[in-house]
Design a protein around this ligand. Structure first.
Ligand code: NAP
Length: 352
């Protein structure tokens, strides 16, 4: 396979608006020892691409600081954490027979080697990602998905969103037969959570905006509740749809919904939170937590074990991501505009 010297890439040059993301020609990276070079056949967008561009994560002790999710970003940085592709070259110590394999890239960097290691970095944030024609990653993070019935575009929808959803379900101990509320249900993580929770036998109540009900039922939601009402009325609507106390909430929205809904969870229930799209500062009555043994669980991305389970789901075709739009890499700004409007259900794919 001949590999060019240069490639087009979407490069984040600084924190800022869309103009901070520039289309440039950059050198094709070379795999170091233990790494592989992946030719990207499909990538996908995530909320983290926009938050990282804006520097919207804040820092411990300085919530308004411009920062990526793990702290300062080293610019220039090629964004994009969702990558499907084909191994084009290998570094020293990697089996040459890996060249040509179809792979799904686990974009996480971990704080250890074991299956339960925690994520401490992400391709597209702490290292260059997949909004480019090629990307390098550790050989161990390029999972062979040659046998999956999913297309490369569908596979590219999985790592960040479904990976985060898989981490939430595992950390929230979501079990078959439980009734689970999923918020932001039409977005990347939310729809992943709806699909995975339903595939694991949970009864899903999806919270979403009007117009998306049918797509969410198709994804596996048993009940759909429309957001927009004030928090108290929304809590009533959710409890009505659930038909009783919730076993768990899988939440990427947070904000005023959290205190309003907390006492609609059963004793011993769980609230797993991985995003704060509806507001990150909340006023919480802690008595509603400790008097009912409710666990509030923070969840960031996935572990190697969660990702391995996701790869197994992809190989078995147990989940089918929903593609809401496709953009060429050269149209990435238009794609991000559509992403930011949240008027679709599923994932937006980027074709390099
Ligand atoms: N912790 C982690 O590891 C991790 C990883 C990935 C993402 N995240 C976070 O999770 C959140 C969702 O990410 P995503 O990639 O799924 O984003 P996304 O695709 O943009 O989906 C977000 C969804 O939230 C809903 N929403 C949007 N604005 C809202 C508002 N003001 N109030 C209530 N709901 C609103 C919309 O769904 P409906 O119309 O269906 O309500 C939207 O589709 C973000 O905060 C992101 O930063 C965290």
């Amino acid at each position: 396979m001949s590999i060019p010297d240069a490639m087009p890439a979407a490069v984040l040059t600084r924190h800022g608006g869309p103009e901070a993301l520039e289309l440039r020609s950059v050198p094709v990276p070379r795999p170091a020892a233990g790494e592989v070079l992946v030719r990207v056949t499909a990538a996908a967008m995530n909320n983290t691409d926009l938050w990282t561009r804006r520097g919207a994560y804040g820092l411990p002790g300085d919530p308004d600081a411009l920062a990526g999710w793990r702290g300062p970003i080293a610019f220039p940085r090629i964004q994009g954490g969702d990558i499907a592709g084909e191994i084009a070259a290998v570094g020293d110590g990697v089996d040459p027979a890996r060249v040509g394999r179809r792979v799904l890239v686990d974009p996480a960097f971990y704080d250890g080697e074991g299956p339960d290691a925690g994520p401490v970095g992400l391709l597209g944030s702490e290292a260059d990602g997949g909004f480019a024609r090629y990307v390098v990653c550790a050989d161990a993070r390029a999972h062979d998905v040659g046998a999956s019935p999913l297309t490369d575009e569908e596979l590219a929808c999985l790592p960040v969103a479904h990976g985060t959803a898989a981490g939430m379900l595992a950390r929230g101990r979501i079990a078959a037969g439980e009734t689970v509320l999923v918020t932001g249900a039409s977005g990347g993580v939310g729809l992943g959570a709806v699909q995975l929770a339903a595939a694991r036998g949970a009864r899903v109540v999806a919270l979403t905006a009007p117009g998306k009900e049918e797509a969410l039922r198709e994804a596996g939601a048993a009940e759909v509740v429309l957001r927009g009402a004030e928090p108290g009325a929304l809590a009533d609507a959710v409890a009505h749809a659930a038909g009783g106390p919730l076993d768990a909430v899988v939440d990427v929205v947070g904000g005023p919904l959290l205190p309003a809904l907390l006492d609609r969870i059963r004793d011993g229930g769980r609230w797993v939170i991985a995003g704060a799209i509806g507001g990150h500062a909340v006023d919480l009555d802690l008595r509603r937590l400790y008097l009912h043994n409710v666990a509030l669980v923070g969840s960031s991305m996935h572990t190697p074990a969660h990702f391995a389970e996701l790869v197994a789901d992809a190989l078995a075709g147990r989940i089918r991501p929903r593609i809401a739009g496709r953009y060429a890499l050269t149209d990435i700004h238009a794609g991000q505009d559509e992403f930011a409007r949240s008027a679709y259900v599923g994932k937006i794919v980027v074709i390099p």
